[in-house]
Design a protein around this ligand. Structure first.
Ligand SMILES: Nc1ncnc2c1ncn2[C@@H]1O[C@H](COP(=O)(O)OP(=O)(O)OP(=O)(O)O)[C@@H](O)[C@H]1O
Length: 260
């Protein structure tokens, strides 16, 4: 089956510096993959390059089987950028922002049922009661959830999320994890940038870790941080400063992101 995301030999330079070096990333249809790494390792740049927000100068990108460009089925791609305000400067309600997620370059007018779909997406992120509120009156975490709803309303086949739960309270993270689990159950492919697996730990079967713009790990996710505190935790995995002990020889480097 065609992978949902295929990047090969990807290189990105910004401001005269090389940010991504020869990144290979394949995300298969229906997979849920976490993108991990320390601050500045290139996670956002990779996701932004995948959706064409920043240009790449080396390698190739295919999304949903099409080369990055107009042939991609953008109406089935949802993207939640790293925390930005959902407020547009123009008075708009949470519902208006979410309805705007149904628009794309070939659809400039919301489709029939867009309002109902927007309200469902807002309910999925726990904001049903705030649909009619101006986004400028919402808290930062609530605005983040509006942006998640804006991506969900597209009923995406591929969902790219850049730290979607940063600044979102735990009950809302758990509600969001349930929504993502339901989407994954329907076959949606999910690539999510995270600092902590947190509430999404149960969903993520594979983690790709970046360091200095290179892939340093691609395999099982690191154990949840709180496992360290549990009695019976057997410390079989490497910690910072340990020598690599896994087959790929680099898992300890992967784990160092936690302490930065
Ligand atoms: N527009 C830009 N011009 C120049 N350098 C940039 C630009 N955007 C990002 N960078 C640099 O690229 C590197 C990677 O940044 P990026 O935001 O991709 O990291 P990240 O892994 O997502 O970090 P964080 O966990 O802090 O969000 C950083 O060194 C950053 O300073």
């Amino acid at each position: 089956m065609t992978p949902a995301v295929q990047a090969a030999g990807l290189g990105v330079s910004l401001g005269g510096s090389r940010i991504l070096h020869d990144v290979d990333l394949t995300v298969h249809d229906g997979e849920v993959v976490a993108l991990l790494g320390p601050n500045g390792s290139g996670k956002s740049t990779l996701v932004r390059a995948l959706v064409g927000v920043v240009p790449h100068d080396r390698g190739q990108i295919h999304l949903l089987g099409a080369p990055l460009g107009p042939k991609v089925a953008w109406d089935r791609v949802g993207y939640v950028p790293q925390r930005i305000s959902a407020a547009t400067g123009v008075p708009s309600t949470a519902r208006d922002v979410v309805v705007s997620g149904t628009l794309h370059r070939r659809r400039l007018v919301p489709p029939r049922g867009a309002r109902r779909r927007a309200d469902q997406a807002l309910a999925d992120v726990g904001l049903a009661d705030l649909a009619g509120r101006p986004v400028s009156e919402l808290s930062g975490g609530q605005q983040q959830r509006v942006l998640i709803a804006r991506a969900l309303v597209r009923q995406p086949r591929l969902l790219l999320l850049d730290e979607p739960v940063a600044g979102v309270d735990l009950p809302s993270q758990e509600a969001f994890a349930r929504t993502l689990a339901a989407l994954a159950g329907q076959g949606t492919t999910i690539l999510v940038v995270l600092h902590e697996l947190g509430a999404l730990a149960g969903l993520v079967a594979r983690a790709v870790a970046l360091r200095h713009g290179r892939v340093v790990h691609d395999g099982p996710p690191p154990p949840a941080r709180d496992e360290h505190a549990r009695p019976g935790h057997d410390h079989v995995h490497p910690h910072e400063g340990d020598h690599p002990t896994t087959a790929d020889g680099d898992f300890s480097a992967t784990l160092r992101w936690r302490s930065t």
